[in-house]
Design a binder for this molecule. Sequence first.
Ligand code: DC
Length: 221
Amino acid sequence: MPCEVIAIDGPTASGKGTVASLVAERLGFHYLDSGALYRLTAYAALKHGVDPDDETACEAIARGLAPEFRGGRIFLEGEDVTSAIRAEAVGIAASRTAALPAVRRALLSVQRAARRAPGLVADGRDMAYVVFPDASLKVFLTASPRARAQRRYKQLIDKGISANLCDLTRDLSERDRRDRERAAAPCLPALDAHILDNSGLTIEETVAVILAWRERARAAA
Ligand code: DC
């Protein structure tokens, strides 16, 4: 029997990366940040002068992607790109590249290969209904656009990256729209997902809700 997967999907800056990695840590599970794979593809495209909307060229990049995950850092072609792939420009390019069906297909097997014992917590947009449709728990984590823009602003300022709240709110709405309206795997909750709006919750409270849902799902099974 394949090992347990907890799928945590949601829009950008919903806190799902932090929450998913903490849930994984608490359970001693592996963690998959699928957004990093789209960001790495877009980063490599920008670096090599490839248009992030060019499906054939971006598919080739995605198929040849050989990132190394070492000590909490991400290396691509020997370069430490951990911070670089978090830049807003890369996130915006990633949302364009992620709309290309051939790129999504190219990244499918890498994501599924992350499913290893004792279990996996996977975060992204389509973990629940494309990549791991048999996940034992599916969570769609969201928060109001204002709360998410403020979180992203704080993240950037804390990293010493200058940011403007109005620009961030506008870029975030634009990215939400592109992620939600694209034909290929739009960012929408799976029919059987638990929806959690964490605008008024701390990270710890959000983690606690998810762990309680997992216990309930296990008891029911
Ligand atoms: O979660 P993130 O902001 O790091 O994701 C970067 C982009 O990749 C985002 O615009 C949506 C896209 N993405 C996706 O389409 N499917 C995923 N499973 C994860 C991310």
